[in-house]
Design a protein around this ligand. Structure first.
Ligand code: SF4
Length: 291
């Protein structure tokens, strides 16, 4: 892992595409992702972005954005005004192209310092998206911020299998992510499990029952349509679909998502979201927005 320290001109990116209906901005405290060599990195769509990778192997580099707080403060008034006028609210997704809580965060504290800055200069809404149990290190900051901003924490748990044959293990074990979700919920934070991308589930009844104990809602997203392409063509370039198909051929079909969503609905009635609607906080049986 090569770690570099960089300064950015801008830390708030106005969203387009998949995130357009979810939030007004994304914020990446790092560029590159240490989780790129783990399970979630196999199908990660960011690895195809040559602007980000600049030819480097995904998971092999991390750029620490040392001036993230200063850049946030400098852009706050301008971007909030723009978002409120053009998007109906200043809602930030943290993060869409990196893990905000890699183990390096313990040393560099970029995400934590951005969250603290947001306590002074809060966005209207914040979605924290993580694959790591280390999100619990920031519970105090998140609790403070939740009093000032509509905050949701999304914890990704893509399957109930600890390992998928032929693929690397997740960076954060199932048990630790379930425990992290439970801790977030116990702290009073709006906690959503994102099953994204949906991988083959061994025991859907047990899986969604377990999620119902630790989360306020669940969002399912399939790589078809969920990787930024209508047919999942980015993911089809990776070894993920073959590994999924070897376990359960139905899992590479979009209908598998709907089948799993129907089961999830039994355990979290009115609290199941699908695709971008789900990421935006819209659930299948209600048009209410849960924040
Ligand atoms: S944590 Fe997110 S950005 Fe990093 S490899 Fe996994 S899916 Fe990609």
């Amino acid at each position: 892992m090569i770690t570099e320290f960089t300064e950015v001109k801008s830390i708030l990116t106005r969203t387009s595409g998949f995130l357009n209906d979810v939030c007004s901005h994304s914020l990446q405290p790092y560029r590159g992702c240490p989780l790129g060599a783990s399970l979630c990195g196999v199908g990660c769509y960011v690895q195809h972005n040559v602007y980000v990778t600049q030819g480097r192997a995904w998971g092999s580099f991390l750029e620490v954005r040392t001036n993230a707080v200063e850049a946030y403060r400098a852009a706050y008034e301008r971007e909030r005004s723009w978002a409120r006028e053009k998007r109906g609210g200043f809602v930030i997704f943290l993060s869409s192209a990196t893990e905000p809580f890699p183990h390096q965060e313990a040393r560099h504290q970029i995400t934590r310092s951005v969250l603290e800055a947001m306590c002074d200069l809060p966005p209207d809404g914040l979605i924290v998206q993580t694959h790591s149990h280390r999100v619990t290190d920031a519970i105090d900051s998140l609790k403070r911020l939740a009093t000032k901003s509509a905050l949701r924490v999304h914890v990704s748990i893509e399957t109930d299998r600890e390992r998928l044959p032929g693929l690397p293990p997740p960076a954060s074990s199932l048990t630790r992510r379930f425990e992290a979700a439970a801790a977030l919920k116990a702290a009073g934070l709006s906690t959503i499990i994102t099953v994204s991308p949906l991988l083959p589930i061994e025991d859907p009844q047990q899986f969604f029952g377990r999620i119902a104990l630790v989360a306020d809602a669940v969002v399912l997203d399939h790589f078809i349509g969920g990787d930024g392409t209508p047919l999942g063509s980015r993911t089809l370039k990776t070894r993920l679909p073959r590994a999924m198909s070897a376990i359960d051929p139905r899992s590479v079909e979009l209908s598998y998502r709907d089948e799993m969503a129907a089961i999830a609905e039994r355990y979290l009635p009115g609290r199941v979201g699908v695709g971008p609607d789900g990421f935006a906080g819209h659930w299948l049986r209600t048009t209410n927005r849960t924040q």
